[in-house]
Design a protein around this ligand. Structure first.
Ligand code: AKG
Length: 268
């Protein structure tokens, strides 16, 4: 492992998130941007601004699991530099793709991404689980790069999943209500990112983002992974994933991933 990755892994486990710069090369960024742009003009993305009750012209749109239908997303998440970096940070020999999410916040969108953890959405349990947020455009804090709450991955609390742009919990889910934290809280941290940079946050790290106060669109792709110690655990009320209900709780993902159709992420 390089010194940079060692430092990133240390920061990830100590604080709950880390940054790794220049992971995706310019050609890779260009390819996945084109795939995201094809989605923006399709009906596949949800209008998160509408869910937040926002009526401004600038929209925040998002979608999940594009890897299931579009090869560009599957390749991006399962081959090459991103899985290699994530395996090193998680200290995991193997890595499975759990989900991807396209997140496009247009300039002027006032809609914040509310504080939440990803834990409640994953139908798995384990320490080696994380989300990789890849910047596809310059993403300084004012354009809505993520903020993380230091150490929150280690406080033992489990939060109910929400609708992401409001604090309302998804009905039927279990855990505490998400907290309200000021984005300027001294324990909130994050980075200004350039295209191809990424942050990695632990599945239990509280995180949020402001609206996009910049002048350019903030396109991002979150890729969610499970490592060696992940086991299947369906979380009641959370949006379903194909096949999980049919797997015995506690089954190691390494034994279930094939049946669930979750691809292993490898180095190209
Ligand atoms: O891009 C955003 O605004 C939110 C992303 C996020 O919270 C996630 O992918 O877990």
């Amino acid at each position: 492992m390089t010194t940079e990755l060692e430092a990133a892994a240390e920061e990830f486990w100590a604080d709950g998130a880390c940054v790794v710069r220049g992971v995706v090369d310019p050609a890779g960024v260009e390819r996945i941007r084109a795939a995201v742009d094809a989605l923006i003009v399709s009906p596949e993305l949800a209008d998160l601004s509408a869910m937040a009750g926002d009526t401004s012209a600038a929209r925040f749109r998002g979608g999940v699991d594009h890897w299931r239908t579009r090869e560009e997303f599957r390749e991006f998440a399962t081959l090459g530099a991103i899985p290699a970096v994530t395996r090193a940070v998680l200290g995991s020999e193997r890595l499975w793709l759990y989900e991807d999410s396209v997140l496009v916040k247009e300039p002027g969108s006032p809609v914040p991404t509310r504080w939440h953890t990803d834990d409640g959405y994953f139908h798995t349990e384990g320490r080696q689980m994380a989300t990789v947020w890849v910047a596809l455009d310059p993403a300084p804090r004012r354009s809505g790069s993520l903020r993380f709450l230091r150490d929150s991955h280690r406080d033992g609390r489990r939060y109910r999943p929400t609708f992401f742009v409001t604090d309302d919990p998804i009905p039927g889910t279990e855990g505490d209500l998400v907290p309200t934290v000021d984005l300027d809280d001294p324990d909130a941290f994050g980075w200004d990112l350039e295209p191809g940079d990424l942050t990695i946050h632990h599945v239990r790290t509280l995180h949020a983002a402001g609206g996009n106060l910049g002048t350019t669109t903030r396109r991002a792709l979150s890729v969610r992974y499970c490592g060696d110690d992940a086991v299947v655990r369906v979380k009641p009320g959370a949006p379903g994933k194909p096949g999980f209900d049919a797997v015995a709780p506690g089954t190691p993902l390494r034994d279930a991933a094939g049946a669930l159709g979750l691809p292993e992420a490898v180095e190209a």
